[in-house]
Design a protein around this ligand. Structure first.
Ligand code: SF4
Length: 329
């Protein structure tokens, strides 16, 4: 952590600033303020940066660039919105092509208001962001220390906000892989996900269009099952599944990028399979370029059986697995 504190590296991006906040940001580097003497480095490579400093409101042209840069910064990272335009959209927020402040596309940790934000305030924001960075670093180290104590539990509706936040982080790598962020997992809203906890896919499939399914509140067996991987009280992975007749359909296996490669995805799959002891067949799908998922599914006994175009960039590859039933005596 000493490295972060003593020499934070900053990536500055002008989202659509009038140039006022950019000039103030650059003034921080000039001999008058000279933040480099404090170890602050303005880098052009997001992969080397700890702090993402954004000026200007987010518009149609800059929103994808912001997301792209943000996902290239290694974890842990901090986002600082500089100037009232970056904080809220400012005087441009009602423009037809402006979606608002930086937090309309990525999570922001610190807001430095002002029009233009003064260099002293920007330096103050960077110094405060170091505390946030340190806190995130501590949390991640604590989670990493407990990784062998992951517990796998049934998730409930109240877990929906945390599962959705995890889903949005975890599926960014897929969006980058396909150059497409229209994947359903990234588009899902909290309301949708909360409804999923109430859905009964088997019953929906069995009733004709337009007729409501008969509800049996006591019978919970046909609801979608959510499994979560929890470490130190935080959800770091999840998966869901439901059964229709003989097949259990599994989807949205999600592991936080920081905890990949530690067997959590494999355990999630095994746990959800155990949640459907009566089903003989399992089915799941993933994108055609998601080779890591293909590899993992093959290792767990799944084989690909069909493909189906989803959109011009993504083709779903379907995998299936038959459960080996124990002979009954
Ligand atoms: S906050 Fe003011 S100075 Fe900064 S980009 Fe917006 S209009 Fe320009």
């Amino acid at each position: 952590m000493t490295g972060f504190r003593e020499s934070p590296w900053i990536m500055h991006y002008d989202a659509s600033s009038c140039n006022g906040c950019d000039i103030e940001t650059l003034a921080c580097l000039t001999p008058l303020y000279d933040v480099e003497r404090l170890g602050v480095i303005n880098t052009g490579n997001p992969k080397h940066a700890d702090i993402f400093l954004v000026t200007g409101a987010v518009n149609e042209q800059s929103k994808d660039v912001i997301k792209n840069i943000y996902h290239q910064l290694p974890e842990p990272k901090v986002v600082v919105a500089v100037g009232i335009c970056a904080c809220t959209g400012g005087i441009f927020r009602d423009c037809y092509n402006v979606s608002g402040g930086v937090d309309s596309v990525i999570p922001v940790d610190l807001y430095v208001p002002g029009c233009a934000a003064r260099p002293e305030a920007i330096i103050d924001g960077v110094v405060k962001s170091l505390d946030v960075l340190e806190q995130k670093q501590r949390e991640m180290a604590a989670l990493a220390d407990c990784i062998d104590r992951v517990v796998y539990l049934r998730a409930e509706r109240r877990d929906a906000p945390e599962i959705l936040a995890l889903q949005k982080v975890a599926y960014q790598s897929e969006a980058e892989l396909y150059g497409d962020d229209s994947l359903p997992a990234l588009q899902q809203t909290l309301e949708d996900l909360e409804k999923d906890f109430e859905r009964r896919p088997a019953r929906e499939a069995s009733v004709p269009d337009g007729r409501a399914a008969v509800d049996h509140p006591q019978d919970q067996s046909d609801r979608i099952v959510f499994i979560k991987a929890v470490v130190n009280g935080k959800i770091i992975g999840s998966i869901r599944g439901y059964a229709i007749e003989d097949t259990a359909y599994l989807s949205r296996m999600t592991v936080h990028p920081y905890f990949r490669g530690r067997g959590i995805g494999r355990r999630l799959l095994q746990e959800i399979e155990q949640a459907f002891p009566q089903n003989r067949r399992f089915e799941t799908k993933t994108g055609h370029q998601s080779k890591r998922n293909h590899f993992q599914l093959a290792k767990l006994g799944y084989s690909r059986y069909k493909t189906e175009p989803f959109n011009p960039t993504v083709t779903w590859v379907y995998f299936q697995k038959e459960r080996k039933l124990q002979p009954q005596h």
